[in-house]
Write a protein that binds this ligand. Structure first.
Ligand SMILES: NC(=O)C1=CN([C@@H]2O[C@H](COP(=O)(O)OP(=O)(O)OC[C@H]3O[C@@H](n4cnc5c(N)ncnc54)[C@H](OP(=O)(O)O)[C@@H]3O)[C@@H](O)[C@H]2O)C=CC1
Ligand SMILES: CCCCCCCCCCCCCCCC(=O)[C@@H](N)CO
Length: 326
């Protein structure tokens, strides 16, 4: 008799993961969705350089109508030409500063209905908070965070129009792995990117009923013109800690981003370290995939230990660096 109870108990225990999977299958929200990009209007800010330019190429390749926005006109024209040459497609270009709401509103009114809005523009000037000028700190917050508010606020009314006929829409926001974990030298930059996450989580609840889906993208160090500039002034410790995650090419990041957008994924990691980072910082973010939700549930204690090991390693590096300086 005791034996029978024991086998029954073991069976129930063994089946527990299955029950959890089934449970998660029914409760994950929002529901999975596909966002098509072919023959649809994709609007990319910061599309004249780096990750944004790579994204523009791939969208044009896949048959989207692409519009690019950035400040510098000659870089925009160069981007337009290179996309025409590579894909045969014409893209529209607009020069405006995302910090200027009125001019962003004008551009958005002029381009017509947007299906996929990619807020990719961004600036990064790493430096310790104590010595960084307030002006630079404000600049990063203004461009990265307020600029994204301006864009979304300007584009949302048009994006909501006729959604029923036009199918699912997407708002993609370019964060950074420094928007998932605070990194030495990135006080202002991390704050601007963490801010985007709060905005994105709240925004998804506000626009789910309009069939618009938010994707937050978290690249590691990526080889771009902006990154070359950044490296000229990056504190050594920032580079040491950031090297915990491998560097990527802009094309690879663009490919991951686009796949994330098309599958309506909320949190979009770009490499393996990014995947671990995303699972261990899942918090209360929306999750459409029951398999990913399962992964988050069963790996959480192990990943917390892994995360603590990374912190241990980073604080060791900081200690060593200070000892060397003395
Ligand atoms: N490269 C990296 O290591 C990583 C980058 N990221 C993020 O990815 C995004 C793209 O970065 P990356 O490709 O490296 O950047 P680049 O510096 O290569 O390009 C930035 C783009 O944004 C545009 N831009 C900058 N400021 C403004 C503004 N005020 N108004 C309108 N457009 C603006 C630039 O054009 P213009 O100057 O002409 O306005 C350019 O097209 C950023 O959000 C960045 O934070 C995230 C993780 C890693
Ligand atoms: C279990 C947990 C696994 C953890 C792995 C952790 C790896 C964290 C590395 C953070 C790197 C931040 C790079 C920011 C790049 C960037 O945004 C700038 N280049 C400016 O654009």
């Amino acid at each position: 008799m005791a034996d029978a109870y024991f086998s029954l108990f073991s069976l129930i225990l063994l089946l527990l993961p299955l029950y959890i999977l089934i449970f998660l299958y029914f409760i994950v929200r929002p529901r999975p969705v596909r966002v098509p990009i072919k023959n649809r209007h994709v609007f990319i800010t910061g599309g004249s350089s780096g990750i944004g330019l790579a994204l523009a190429h791939q969208c044009a390749q896949q048959g989207s109508d692409v519009t690019l926005l950035a400040r510098n006109v000659s870089k925009l024209e160069e981007a337009k030409e290179s996309i025409k040459l590579a894909t045969g497609r014409d893209v529209r270009i607009f020069s405006a500063d995302v910090r200027d709401f009125e001019s962003i509103k004008k551009v958005v009114e002029e381009v017509g209905e947007i299906d996929v809005l990619v807020c990719n523009h961004g600036v990064y000037m790493p430096q310790e908070l104590e010595t960084q000028e307030l002006e630079e700190i404000r600049f990063m917050i203004d461009v990265n965070l307020m600029g994204t508010f301006h864009l979304i606020k300007a584009a949302l009314p048009g994006m909501k129009k006729n959604r029923g006929e036009r199918g699912p829409g997407s708002i993609a926001i370019m964060s950074s792995q420094a928007g998932q974990v605070g990194i030495y030298g990135y006080t202002a930059y991390s704050a601007s990117k963490f801010g985007l996450r709060g905005m994105a989580e709240a925004l998804q609840q506000e626009i789910i009923a309009d069939n618009i889906h938010v994707s937050l993208i978290f690249p590691p160090d990526t080889e771009t013109p902006g990154f070359v500039e950044e490296n000229k002034r990056r504190p050594q410790l920032t580079s040491i800690i950031a090297a915990s995650s491998g560097a990527m090419k802009a094309d690879e990041v663009a490919k991951k981003s686009l796949n994330g957008i098309k599958s309506g994924t909320f949190i979009v990691p770009c490499n393996f370290e990014g995947f671990l980072l995303s699972v261990s910082t899942a918090g209360l973010c929306p999750q459409r995939s029951f398999l990913m939700a399962f992964m988050e549930v069963v790996t959480s204690p192990i990943l917390r230990i892994a995360g603590l090991c990374f912190q241990w390693n980073w604080y060791e590096s900081i200690e060593k660096w200070h000892a060397q300086k003395k």
